[in-house]
Structures are given as structure tokens and as C-alpha cells.
Design a protein around this ligand. Structure first.
Ligand code: NIG
Ligand code: FE
Length: 415
């Protein structure tokens, strides 16, 4: 709202995450903490950040004032990898996996992602929008101010475009900013079973051009995995997508070490995601590029797969982001607190690295590090206020939602 001005003062810790993005390697530990910090926002943007004692003189009656004494203020969280627009649920599948049936075997038998494809094809735009809108409200309550969302439960032109249209409409109607990704290469639909190359041809000839003509996706993602899309098929699709102005993302080395990390580096993808099985060579290749490694520890947790080697990545100069992977199959959770706890406890990341990974590096993973992800003058005023005085509580108060207030573009959007 034009003219609306916001003052936050006396934050026990104001975490800025300022500096060049993405933060790579040791720089991930630098979160730019200001004790007893303050922030001013005007017209949705940050106009001043610093210690409360140094605030410029102002008439507080003209400002919406938040006294954050005893609280920690952080940049709004960026959940840079979700599949949040879908129909139906797969509760039984979770328990099949627990009793030993592998994730990829369920998909091979026509279940898994393909089960959700059936339900999503059958759902109307209004139904998908109602479901996704509810999910977004729940994400906002956990401090998410920007979220990436993928198509990929249509696997035909009409339904893929419908999923993307849901995101476009919701983007105009609620506070959480949605970054749309086209993921037509999420699985091979039944009508192309056994003809994966022909399906990739169809995506390139029919679907990508329509997505690009409508301007409703910024990224193209592919499930580069054994028995799904090969390295060559992934390279072919992402190269075509880049030719149409879409940026590349990959589900890489999630279950089998195929060389997805190496391909992401070769294509200078914006992000390589999952990486549970990434090889040493793949990690080294990512360390030489600005490609963000987006780690999704809740998926490893739910699939009982080994965790990604976050320490080796950070120590090799890789920029690491953390995201939820929220989807109805491999990870039916968008819990930022659980991601933070697993990242520290299982991935060995420090609390400061966790904060960087959920904010500025998440912003870089969705090509928005110039606008969101840190509390710096000129950036969008997207912030989270925790009910505890330090960012350490994000990990220490394990799995709990600590968010007291959420600010989006200078507006109090959740409390
Ligand atoms: O990131 N692995 C592929 N895609 C999702 C899971 C989607 C699903 O199971 O519905 C993932 O894990
Ligand atoms: Fe995913």
C-alpha cells in the first residue's frame, strides 16, 4: 500500500544476511547480525537498517511501530523448491515405502507421481487454486514470504498450463510471492510409457513453446533420475528451455548417482536440487559455478535415504540453499522448522549456515537475490519476527514454529 511506513526497533538480533549472493563456502556463516537492531520500510522497500540507537529522528505517530524487544528479526524465508499445486493425496504410499517398497518401484508400477497426475488432471482450476491457496497460508505462518512452485502433475499441455495458471492467479491474490517452474519432465505419462524420447520431443515441440508464449514460467526443471529422464534427455530439454528464455533447474542425483550435479554445472543451471548421491566430482564441479545446491533434507528423512553431504559442499565453495520439497509423495510437509532442525542435526550445518540457506541463498536459487533474501536498503521489506531472541532457537526449539509475525513488502501479513 503506497505511503504505508513501518518501523521495527529493539530487535534482540536483527539478522541482515547482507552481502554478495549467493553466499558460497565459508561466507555462508556470515549472517550480518545487528544486536538491538532496527529497520525502516517505506512503500514496501527497506529504507534504513542499523542499531536502534542510531535510528534517524522520526515522528513515530506517522509510522506503524513494532517493538521487537526479546525477538529475532530475519529476512523472510524463501522456500525455493516445492510442488504445491496438486490434486489428491498418497497416504498409503508412505506406508508401502516404510514396509520396504522403493519409491522408484512404485513409480515404475504406475503409482507415485502418476497417481497424483491422475488426480490433478481431474481437478479444475478452481479446485487446485483453493487447495494451493490454503497451503500458501500455512506456509506464510511459518515465515515463508517467497515460494517456488512446480508444475509436473499434468504431463500434458492442458494440465501443465492449468497448474501454472493457478500460480499466476494466486500470485495476484495473496501475499506470498510464487516463482513458477515448468516441470513437464517430472515423469513419463502413461500414454508415452516406454517412449521417453518421444515424450521429450512432445514437450519441446508442443508444451515448452506454449509455456513460453504465455510467459507463465521462469524456470524449467527435470527429474533427471535412473528410469525417469536420462542425462541426455535432461540436457536436450533444458537446452531447448534455455533457448526460450527459461532458466534451468534439475532434480539431480536424488536416488541414484547419475551425474546430475555435473550436468547442472555444465548447463550453469540456477540450481541443482536434492544431490543426496552427488559424487565428489559433481560437488567439485558445482563449487566452480554459481549454481546453487538446494538441499531438501525432509525428503531424505521421509524416504529414509542418506542425507546430502552438505559439509563437503560448503567446504568446497558450493552455495547451499535449503528448501522443503513440499509434495504429496516423497515429502508431504512444508515445515521450515523441521528443515532447519534436520539441516543442523543431520547435515552438520551451523545455525548461521541454516539461516543463509533459507534466505539469501534460497533467493539466489530462484533468481531473486537482487530483490529478496536479505535485509538491505532498497530491497523488498520481507521479514520474519521470531518469538525468541536468537536465530539459534530455529534449530534448538526443534521442529516448532517460532514465527510471531511476518512482514511482506512492508505490510504485517501474518501474526
Ligand atoms: O522432489 N523426485 C521427484 N519429484 C518430487 C517428488 C514428487 C512426488 O513424489 O510426487 C521430489 O522428491
Ligand atoms: Fe522436488
Amino acid at each position: 500500500m503506497a505511503g504505508k511506513k513501518l518501523l521495527i526497533k529493539h530487535a534482540a538480533e536483527l539478522i541482515t544476511c547482507a552481502g554478495p549472493a549467493p553466499k558460497q563456502g565459508p561466507a555462508m556463516g556470515d549472517i550480518g547480525m545487528i544486536p538491538d537492531g532496527a529497520l525502516l520500510a517505506e512503500d514496501g522497500r527497506i529504507s534504513w537498517v542499523g542499531p536502534t540507537a542510531a535510528l534517524p529522528a522520526l515522528d513515530e505517530s506517522q509510522w506503524e511501530v513494532i517493538d521487537a524487544a526479546g525477538q529475532c528479526v530475519l529476512p523472510g524465508f524463501v522456500d525455493s523448491h516445492t510442488h504445491m499445486v496438486f490434486g489428491g493425496y498418497r497416504a498409503e504410499e508412505f506406508f508401502w515405502r516404510l514396509s520396504g517398497t522403493p519409491y522408484l518401484e512404485i513409480l515404475e508400477r504406475g503409482g507415485g507421481i502418476l497417481n497424483t497426475v491422475e488426480a490433478t488432471r481431474a481437478a479444475s482450476l478452481a479446485e487446485l487454486k483453493e487447495l494451493a491457496g490454503r497451503r500458501l497460508r500455512s506456509m506464510l505462518a511459518m515465515g515463508v514470504t517467497t515460494v517456488e512452485g512446480k508444475s509436473g502433475y499434468g504431463l500434458d499441455k492442458e494440465t501443465e498450463l492449468r497448474q501454472l495458471a493457478v500460480m499466476a492467479e494466486l500470485n495476484r491474490e495473496q501475499p506470498v510471492e510464487i516463482v513458477p517452474t515448468f516441470m513437464g519432465a517430472h515423469a513419463v505419462p502413461p500414454e508415452y510409457k516406454g517412449r521417453t524420447d518421444a515424450y521429450v520431443d512432445y514437450l519441446i515441440a508442443e508444451v515448452l513453446p506454449a509455456v513460453s508464449a504465455q510467459g507463465i514460467a521462469e524456470f524449467c526443471d527435470v527429474f533427471c533420475e535412473q528410469g525417469v529422464f536420462s542425462l541426455a534427455q535432461s540436457r536436450r530439454l533444458l537446452t531447448a528451455a534455455k533457448g526460450l528464455g527459461l532458466k534451468a533447474k534439475l532434480h539431480a542425483d536424488e536416488i541414484v548417482a547419475l551425474g546430475g550435479a555435473e550436468l547442472a554445472a555444465e548447463l550453469e543451471a540456477c540450481s541443482a536440487d536434492h544431490l543426496l548421491q552427488a559424487s565428489a566430482a559433481g560437488i567439485a564441479a558445482l563449487g566452480k559455478k554459481r549454481t546453487v545446491a538446494t538441499l531438501l533434507p525432509m525428503t531424505a528423512f521421509c524416504l529414509r535415504e542418506p542425507y546430502a553431504r552438505a559439509r563437503a559442499m560448503i567446504d568446497s565453495g558450493v552455495a547451499v540453499a535449503l528448501a522443503t520439497d513440499y509434495n504429496p509423495g516423497s515429502c508431504f510437509s512444508h515445515s521450515i522448522p523441521l528443515v532447519a532442525a534436520l539441516a543442523a542435526i543431520q547435515l552438520g550445518m551451523t545455525p548461521a549456515e541454516v539461516v543463509t540457506a533459507l534466505t539469501i541463498n534460497g533467493a539466489a536459487a530462484v533468481n531473486r537475490a537482487d530483490r529478496v533474501g536479505s535485509l538491505e536498503v532498497g530491497k523488498q521489506a520481507d521479514a520474519v519476527i521470531l518469538e525468541y531472541p536468537s536465530h539459534l532457537f530455529l534449530v534448538y526449539h526443534a521442529g516448532m514454529n517460532l514465527v510471531d509475525k511476518v512482514i511482506k513488502q512492508g505490510q504485517l501479513s501474518w501474526s
